[in-house]
Design a binder for this molecule. Structure first.
Ligand SMILES: C[S@@+](CC[C@H](N)C(=O)[O-])C[C@H]1O[C@@H](n2cnc3c(N)ncnc32)[C@H](O)[C@@H]1O
Ligand code: SF4
Length: 371
């Protein structure tokens, strides 16, 4: 299995827009989770030789130094070190120099930091626990600890965010000099406070403004020396996130921890989104799987087509055939023609890719390919 994902289901406080499975909790549950995670790692270690490892969340950097030592020791004992790329997600309010150094010395070589905005009132509006000053401080800490591959996460089309405020955040973030930038338009996820506010009519969504913000993002990132390689992802020095590229190219991956998904040979399993239940099951020697879904080959290929089109390079026909056993030009010819007619797609001699407008509406374009 080329990729390992570990979900850390804790946050100091939930942000108003976020639907990732995580909760605020004390050191007791965190300790119990770490012990369960080590057991889950032990169970799958023999099948893993990961080229990429990604600890996401939640907020992995909320785990204490002692917890991280336990995790790193287990990874070493189980022969799981040595991945070419090992990312840990971090919230700027949860990083100390000691923790950054511990992670770096344990083999972590990429940090993804949730910034979202560099406008103080918007950070508060989003329910973030950190100030804008903390973003710069944590970034310096990461560099001091020796991290040479840092991603910054930004969000745009935040309620109350003007084009001018977005430009300021973008320019300041680009000037920080990170190797990677991920920038997503706000998604209104059900069961979040932000969604409830939208439904209550406290603000409305301005699609034209969101489009203008996306254009600004693509232009300014390119001017700053970033190459866009996916709808929302930009890299300098060819440092695209290999872990995510594996997802978009329909590669296999193992996912551990509550709510994590695994995808192996067309079978998708998902762990329970309940940390206590997850711990109970693992402690009892059981697997923590809630659902298992086996996709028929054509449906699997359709998903691969949909995911892979998020990449700026689109799908080289030969690579698609090699990975899925299906021919994009046969099964999906009509869908590709439709996208070309709409101005959303471009048919090249050896590949199909979305245009810049198409990338803006990649989710809608991708729907066509599902079978
Ligand atoms: C798990 S978080 C990153 C690490 C850490 N938990 C933090 O927030 O600082 C993953 C990223 O997903 C993005 N995200 C989460 N919810 C979102 C939403 N509803 N719409 C758009 N982006 C979202 C944010 O940019 C966030 O940084
Ligand atoms: S955005 Fe990050 S810090 Fe905020 S609730 Fe989601 S996972 Fe936690």
């Amino acid at each position: 299995m080329p990729s390992l994902y570990v979900h850390v289901p804790f946050c100091a406080r939930k942000c108003g827009y976020c639907a990732f499975y995580s909760e605020a909790s004390g050191p007791e549950l965190m300790g119990r989770y770490v012990r369960a995670l080590v057991r889950e790692l032990e169970r799958v270690a023999a099948e893993l030789r990961p080229r990429t490892v990604f600890f996401g969340g939640g907020t992995p950097t909320l785990l204490s130094l002692l917890h991280w030592e336990e995790v790193l020791k287990a990874m070493e004992r189980l022969g799981l070190l040595g991945a070419a790329e090992w990312t840990v997600e971090c919230n700027p309010a949860t990083l100390s120099l000691d923790k950054a150094r511990l992670l770096r010395s344990g083999g972590v070589n990429r940090i993804s930091m949730g910034v979202q905005s560099l406008n103080q009132p918007l950070l508060e509006r989003l329910g973030r626990i950190h100030s804008r000053a903390m973003v710069f401080k944590s970034y310096d800490i990461l560099r001091q600890a020796g991290f040479e591959n840092v991603n910054l996460d930004l969000m745009f089309a935040i309620p109350g965010q003007t084009l001018e405020v977005w430009r300021q955040t973008l320019d300041e973030a680009l000037a920080m000099g990170s190797e990677h930038l991920s920038s997503y338009e706000v998604i209104y996820e059900e069961d979040t406070p932000l969604y409830a506010q939208l439904k209550a009519g406290q603000f409305s969504v301005d699609e034209d403004l969101a489009c203008a913000m996306y254009d600004e993002l693509v232009e300014r990132a390119s001017e700053a020396g970033f190459e866009q390689y996916e709808v929302a992802n930009f890299a300098r020095r060819s440092l695209a996130c290999q872990h995510n590229v594996n997802y978009w190219r329909a590669g296999s991956f193992a996912g551990l921890g509550p709510s994590a998904t695994s995808y192996v040979r067309g079978v998708r399993t998902k762990n329970w989104s309940n940390t206590r239940l997850y711990c109970e099951l693992i402690e009892g020697g059981k697997r923590a799987v809630e659902t298992r879904e086996e996709l028929p080959p054509l449906a699997r290929a359709g998903e691969a087509a949909a995911f892979g089109l998020r990449m700026v390079a689109g799908w080289p026909f030969e690579e698609f055939r090699r990975r899925t056993g299906h021919d994009l030009r046969r099964e999906w010819a009509g869908d590709m023609d439709q996208l070309v007619d709409q101005g959303w797609g471009r048919l090249n001699p050896h590949s199909f890719q979305l245009t810049r407008v198409g990338l803006r509406f990649a989710d809608a374009a991708a729907q066509l390919f599902l079978r």
